[in-house]
Write a protein that binds this ligand. Structure first.
Ligand SMILES: *Cc1c(COP(=O)(O)O)cnc(C)c1O
Length: 473
């Protein structure tokens, strides 16, 4: 998405094809701390200069767990949880405090749920499967919020029965279905209403009008949000706690959130005027950006917390409302930077006048984001240091699809060869969770590292796993 406009100087005879390329970095062995998990360093040259994470050499990790593998830095994950929680805890728009919900769809397994619980975060789920993982790992149900534009009747019942803290309702039909489910279980279910505020934000820009053409939420300007409020307030089995808005993904600029906050607070004022109730909560969603390449510049949680809390406070003062409890839902911004994918190079194919295709032992089955969103990634030679010239490369997978690209534009050392390990940073979010079995690929494991130890969080799939689903006749 962010693609540099500086053409690179041709290297070792490469004639650059059409397109935009970042200039090769000064030092291909250097690691930009923005894109790597916090404990990643390059080892001493005398020992080969391989990457280390959590005090462990990636060559040893590849030996023990195989490749491809997601390597997740547990200390970094916990530090990011704490940074988000502390940033919002100290920025309370009202006396009610603020909550950080981790968006489980970015990556969820039982160990992650336990870390979230220990670090004081809450959890968003958007399917019965995610709810099952959260409950199996002991997340207190009142700290779970259930999302989705088409939750099934069964999922709504599962959520109510489990006692989830909030169901974020997304349609009139769902309001009726949820009210029925809550009535069956004899509970009063707390809900937020998801609204579309007419803001859509992506990366460095946001568009403040005309983005209501989407499947999520109930329109503010079209009046569906206000109608949903009337319906929920009329149902005894539902308790309206507040309003929810989620405006996009990989956002760096808080201007879009500020417009959303202003419009959500505007709705709270209208609700107060029409119904005489002040709703106690608002949730401004997730979508905070991370650095996939050196060109991305994400903001710190504290800075984001301050600007969101300020705008909510200001708008509430102007509307004469008590500031509500504020929630946010970062997924990518917590888990994204904490993991990298470790691959082994299988083939190196120089295309005269174009670029060199470096094939690794994974691809679109473990990272669909490049094919799906034209996402940019970085890559580093991980198993050793190299003094070779930069070589314009494209890191591709092993699938039967020419769009099977992991890193579209990359500079790797010209001596990159079969058997080398490559590491692609910032793959913690939406890579393992979107992984597929295309070509009957075996989905890679997620290995956590911490203080010189490693352990499998999610094991590698096996051929037996594949055959178990195939009934065979
Ligand atoms: C996907 C999603 C998030 C998390 O988005 P990130 O880009 O991972 O921060 C948060 N809230 C809702 C409702 C979402 O759909």
């Amino acid at each position: 998405m962010s693609r540099s406009a500086h053409p690179a100087g041709p290297r070792h005879g490469d004639v650059l094809p059409e397109g935009h390329y970042a200039a090769p970095p000064e030092d291909l062995n250097a690691l930009d701390p923005k894109v790597w998990a916090r404990t990643v360093v390059r080892g001493e040259a005398a020992e080969g200069g391989a990457l280390q994470v959590g005090g462990l050499d990636v060559r040893a990790l590849a030996e023990e767990y195989g490749t491809p593998a997601f390597i997740l830095d547990e200390a970094d994950f916990r530090a990011r949880c704490r940074a988000w929680r502390e940033a919002f805890a100290s920025e309370r728009p009202g006396s009610e405090g603020a909550d950080v919900y981790y968006a489980g769809k970015a990556f969820l397994c039982r160990a992650v749920v336990r870390w979230l619980h220990e670090e004081g975060l809450s959890l968003d789920v958007c399917s019965g499967g995610e709810l099952a993982v959260a409950l199996a790992a002991g997340m207190p149900p009142e700290r779970i919020a259930f999302h989705g534009n088409n939750k099934t009747r069964h999922e709504l019942e599962q959520a109510v029965k489990a006692g989830v803290g909030h169901v974020v309702v997304d349609s009139y039909e769902e309001i009726a279905r949820l009210a029925w489910a809550a009535q069956q279980f004899g509970v009063r279910q707390r809900v937020l209403i998801r609204v579309t505020v007419g803001v859509e934000a992506h990366t460095h820009e946001f568009i403040a009008t005309a983005h209501e053409d989407q499947k999520f939420g109930l329109s503010l300007t079209g009046g569906q949000a206000a109608e949903a409020v009337r319906r929920v307030l009329n149902l005894d089995s539902l308790e309206l706690a507040g309003i929810h808005s989620h405006i996009g993904s990989q956002i760096f600029d808080t201007a879009g959130f500020e417009v959303a906050a202003r419009r959500v607070v505007g709705l709270l004022a209208e609700i107060r005027d029409e119904h005489g109730v002040e709703l106690p909560e608002i949730d401004l969603g997730g979508g905070l950006g991370i650095a996939y390449t050196s060109e991305d510049d994400p903001r710190e949680p504290a800075e984001i917390a301050r600007s969101l809390a300020d705008i909510v406070r200001r708008e509430c003062v102007a509307a004469d409302l008590t500031p509500p409890r504020l929630s946010v839902e970062p997924g990518r911004a917590i888990v994204g930077p904490t993991a990298f994918t470790l691959y082994e190079v299988g083939t190196v194919k120089p295309l005269e006048g174009l670029r060199t295709y470096v094939s690794v032992d994974g691809g679109m089955s473990d990272n669909i984001r490049t094919a799906l969103y034209d996402a940019d990634y970085s890559v580093a030679l991980a198993s050793r240091r190299s003094a070779a010239e930069p070589m314009l490369s494209r890191v591709v997978g092993k699938h039967c699809e020419s769009g099977d690209i992991v890193v579209r534009d990359a500079f790797l050392p010209a001596d990159t060869a079969p058997g080398d390990l490559l590491a692609v940073p910032a793959t913690g979010a939406y890579c393992r969770s979107m992984a597929s079995n295309y070509n009957h690929a075996l989905r890679p494991p997620v290995v956590a590292v911490l203080d010189g130890t490693s352990r499998v969080l999610v094991r590698r799939e096996t051929e037996e796993d594949l055959l178990r689903l195939d009934v065979g006749h």
